[in-house]
Design a protein around this ligand. Structure first.
Ligand code: DON
Length: 314
């Protein structure tokens, strides 16, 4: 079904107004458990919309490159769903919200070592462990290739972000070993963690992020390159998973307020997808307690509201 896209004038007005609204919102704090993230200027704020036809509307610091962090989990989820199929992925990793923070060890313990969702750290490490390849580099190339095809241009790893994460990711190491002991890490756990950590360390800007989302809004075909990146059948379960767990303990609130599948990252990025229409991406580093960007949430909610994108309001 082809849905009507709001006209470009309406999108431009919505994006500009919402960007101004983002700048009025205070509060939150840069993530600092990854030292690099604490050093990113807190005042940056960007908003972008990319439609399923490839129209780009942007405002603010939309070409500033930031760390993708947890939003990378969506790309690796897509890669593995394409490789082993949605049923196998659901059986091995799960498809339910944990109701607990994104790096919760307790969630893993409560579910006898099953991560529940590919969008929490445990599930993302398990998903990364399913990437096929003879070496860690070969596996990593597949992840980066998927991220790049979704964004519609070659993305690259930031050595600075990667170093910052690889030398401080002790909590994630514990999660990887717990998965391994439960039989839910499907490769060497430290290798899975290595490529998971790399996948979080890619840099992209807000337009790249909106293009990734627009690929899902367009049924898996990147509107910028015209390439089919994800099969049509795999798009709905990816978006369902984003709706259920994309913003962690705030996912229900996000569904309630915005009414769209979304995904956030501790780098300050946030994405929302209006299926069949467009994607909205925002970036601003200060985060709330759940690990979601305070200003990005304000910007995305404002655009979704002014363009009437809530999926639950027919
Ligand atoms: O593994 C971590 O903790 C980070 N590399 C990513 C976490 C993240 O982005 C959670 N998002 N809101």
């Amino acid at each position: 079904m082809t849905l009507p896209i709001p006209d470009t004038e309406a999108i431009t007005a919505a994006v500009n107004t919402a960007h101004q609204a983002m700048l009025q919102v205070d509060g939150g704090k840069n993530a600092d458990y990854i030292p690099y993230l604490a050093s990113v200027p807190s005042g940056l704020a960007a908003l972008a919309v990319v439609t399923r036809e490839g129209t780009v509307v942007e405002a603010g610091d939309s070409r500033f490159a930031f760390a993708i962090e947890s939003i990378s989990k969506v790309a690796t989820l897509a890669l593995i769903m394409e490789t082993i199929g949605r049923d196998a992925l659901r059986e091995k990793v799960g498809s339910d919200p944990t109701g607990l923070p994104f790096n919760s060890v307790m969630a893993l313990e409560l579910a006898q070592g099953k991560p529940m969702s590919p969008l929490v750290n445990a599930g993302a490490i398990a998903t990364a462990s399913l990437v096929e390849g003879a070496t860690a580099d070969a596996r990593w190339d597949k992840i980066l290739d998927m991220q790049s095809r979704l964004a519609g241009r070659p993305l690259s790893l930031s050595d600075e972000v990667n170093q910052s994460e690889q030398t401080t990711n002790f909590h994630n190491r514990a999660i990887a070993w717990l998965l391994y002991s439960a039989g839910t890490c499907y490769s060497d756990p430290m290798e899975a963690l290595d490529i998971y950590t790399r996948q979080c360390s890619t840099l992209l800007d807000t337009v790249d992020l909106a293009t990734m989302g627009a690929t899902f809004a367009n049924g898996g075909v990147n509107p910028k390159t015209g390439e089919r990146v994800v099969s049509k059948d795999n798009v709905p379960p990816i978006l369902a998973e984003m709706m259920m767990e994309g913003l962690y303990t705030f996912s229900g609130d996000f569904a309630y307020i915005v009414g769209l599948p979304g995904k956030s990252g501790v780098g300050g990025g946030m994405l929302a997808v209006a299926p069949g229409k467009l994607a909205i991406a925002a970036f601003a580093p200060p985060l709330d307690e759940a690990g979601n960007s305070v200003r990005a949430l304000a910007g995305i909610s404002a655009v979704a509201k002014s363009l009437n994108l809530d999926l639950f309001s027919a």
